[in-house]
Design a binder for this molecule. Sequence first.
Ligand code: ADP
Ligand code: MG
Length: 559
Amino acid sequence: MEKKQFQAESKRLLEMMINSIYTQREIFLRELISNASDAIDKIYYLALTDDKLVFDKDSYYIKVVADKANRTLTIRDTGIGMSKEELENNLGIIAKSGSLAFKKENESKDGHDIIGQFGVGFYSAFMVADVVTVTSKALRGDSAYKWESTGADGYTIEPCEKDSVGTEIVLKIKENTEDDNYDEFLEEYRLKAIIKKYSDFIRYPIKMDVVGKRLKEGSDDEFEDYEEEQRVNSMVPIWRKNKSELTADDYDNFYAEKHYGFDKPLKHIHISADGTVVYQAILYIPESIPFDYYSKEFEKGLELYANGVLIMNKCADLLPDYFSFVKGMVDSESLSLNISREMLQHDRQLKLIAKNIASKIKSQLQSLLKDEREKYEQFYKSFGRQLKFGVYSDYGAHKDLLQDLLMFYSSKEKKLVTLDEYVSRMPEDQKYIYYASGESNERIEKLPQTELVSDKGYEILYFTDDIDEFAIKMVMSYKDKEFKSVSSGDLGIEASDDKENAESDNTDNKELFDHMKSLLSGKVSNVKASKRLKSHPVCLSTEGEVTIEMEKILKAMPN
Ligand code: ADP
Ligand code: MG
């Protein structure tokens, strides 16, 4: 029998994980059950496209068995199983990406949510077990294998006997210590409660042998124990339930169970559409940015179910890029089950669903903005940039959809404001929506160019994000008011009486200005007397469409 070491990173993670989690141990069961459910889903999925496979619904289930005498808890499934290679690859290597970064980031925090942040469900078994034994027979394998591990020191793997396809996971439950009670994970009532709490919506039966008492036959005062197999979960998927039956916790639990994110969702959106296209969806707006969100690795998409069966993990076509942060799932009866990825792209139903979803997300964001401003601002700090990219991309094609969701820092309010708020406050004589670009609010505040506009009592929006000005160029105008950079040549502000003065200043000082221009040769195109300065002696301004800040960004971009 060979003994193998976990890969180095896995080992470090595993040690950390086992040692640092003191609360929420119970979620190990959720993890193992959702793996079992995934494994059954995989058979179901294969059967759709393979005539030789029949999926007989009644023979697929998950069984949980507690054995107090031997201190074991067994989770058995009739899913797809794992071959020797799969046991090694899936259980021998913990999710590699970002693992070290994670460790560094989280050293200081307490262990409360670590499990979630990990997203490595299987290993949570070691929170409650000294030894984990996995016996598995793969649907497409010849023999069965037994994988066994005591945690961080590695694992063994050897051939074994197993009649039926599927996986059996046996946990040798830890002994109680002074501080920690592990016995609870062998108690029927406790296990039932954990399953109800986290796995009620699993679509396959989760069975337990339940002991009851009944009157002995022929007696009217003598009782006897009897055992019967019971289904513990309700099996109705959460998205098929009525919103009124569900609590905020149910949605949060589903988010965690599905590993949509390791945070708590900021908002959930439960859709039951039965108009021209029939579908149900549960969507989430996450609270924080996924660590890989602004990287190439990030893949957007929603889980796609056809009539209750998962057919795709990340269906990108369901989400526009500007809403790529949305997580969740869609189930539709209108989709055919064995549709291929290529066909899906052209599916009319799917396009309708996607369109419908985008407008639902928009209206939910709008109501968040209206009713829960603080939450919206939190959302905007994480994902506002993505909305602005959305406005900018495709030649501003989505600006109508998105412009109401934009926010910028306001010189007057000293906080984020919407364009609508800005426009509704504009004095009658103000022609434009003014903005100023710069690295930070503090820097913009000191710009000489802002003085004249501010002195007129006009509000200025501060653009501190690279994308801001580009996005606004696409919006062009909001409620018939055009945008104007405070550094543009014509500010549209009636310069008091000294327009002529400036003109004559220019002619009178022509020699001086020409001299300055030649000193700055190549750096400026003109030197003129300005009407906009108050306390600063000089400022830069632009004449064309592209402002100084935009030029900087364009120059910094790789060609
Ligand atoms: P995740 O479920 O997020 O992929 P886990 O650590 O929970 O991560 O599981 C790792 C992998 O091990 C799974 O992706 C799956 O391939 C495999 N696996 C775990 N449990 C089972 C099971 N009961 N049946 C088949 N495969 C399983
Ligand atoms: Mg899992």
